[in-house]
Ligand binder design. Sequence first.
Ligand code: GTP
Ligand code: MG
Length: 375
Amino acid sequence: MRIKSFFSSSVDAALCEARRELGPEAMLIESRRSAPESRRLGEYEVVCAVTAPPAARGRSSNDTPSGPAPAPGFPTQDFAALVERVERLSLVLQRAESSALRLTLNPELAAASRLLESTELDPRWIGSIVSSIENSPCAGAAGSELHDQIQNRLTGLVSVDPTLGVPSAARRIIALIGPPGAGKTTSLVKLAARFALSGARPSLILSADTQRVAATEQLRAFAAILGSAFVAVDSPRVLRQALEEHGGKEWIWIDTPGWSRDEPSDAKGLAELISSVPDLDTHLVLPASMRAADLSATVDRFLPFHPAKLLFTRLDETSCFGPLLNESARTGIPLSFLGNGPQIPEDIEPAEPAAVARLILRHQLGIRRAASAAA
Ligand SMILES: Nc1nc2c(ncn2[C@@H]2O[C@H](COP(=O)(O)OP(=O)(O)OP(=O)(O)O)[C@@H](O)[C@H]2O)c(=O)[nH]1
Ligand SMILES: [Mg+2]
């Protein structure tokens, strides 16, 4: 990698100079006002990096293999670790570039970009929102106009599907899966109470969480209050049997035990159970208060169960909602419902794009909006 500083009267001009010399793939690492001792070279300094020397850059893309593959004799494990390190480095550079590019934006847009970062929204989405505004007729927008522009673009990125069950199926069968304590049982009862039983349709609650007697009995008690049948199922066979015996029930709710990373053997049981149910609508329940990196790892761990939707809980316990959109956009799985408190049944809402965008911006741009209104 080659790293070099370029000086000019503006960041743009210094960047042009860097790209002329290092090529269009030169990555911006940092930009700043020049130190007094080098100010005679130019008012601004940008530091750029390029991964190959200019002479090597003339090769066509056909010269290189299409995907990363270890060279013969290179241990695969070492190669995978190397690829991971390069990916991490590229993320660091991407972040450095986005913060450096802020210097080229108008101050309002640069401030908005910084505030979007504090929502923990993926830098890719921040970049696409900012550049779409920058390249539009409203590039000079400020205050509440800028806020609305950002909110509209954010709304367009949110994918939702607040439905329950497979619409074409004879009956609605919904399973909630997720890590321990995520709020699966609570969300199931909230949903069963609010969205199914409001029409007084016959329903059945199945609990696959049979290891903990107290948990089973608690759900049995909720089922009785809701007027729903209840069966504890400890195997795919018993589950299929229950579905047959309760053939007349229109809504079937399946509660599953929390599966944690430390209990790999439980995954097999959960997978058997899930795959034995036809027309199943599986919602992956996740606490919104989880750290972004842990959240991504948890989502990845549950992907083999093919969740159709992401249901976030504990919205009341965080003020940082970017990761909700990140996970949905990264996996292509829509958001279904949002749990925002422990109260049954009121603390749950269907996910709605504009509301999710407002939520992401509420604690960040909202403050700025209020501040500029007061100024
Ligand atoms: N603050 C808050 N608490 C919640 C929310 N949803 C659930 N809880 C609480 O989180 C705790 C765990 O909820 P459960 O529904 O038992 O979670 P679970 O995923 O079924 O847990 P396991 O079955 O043990 O894996 C309970 O005390 C709930 O009241 C929420 O949206 N906000
Ligand atoms: Mg539970």
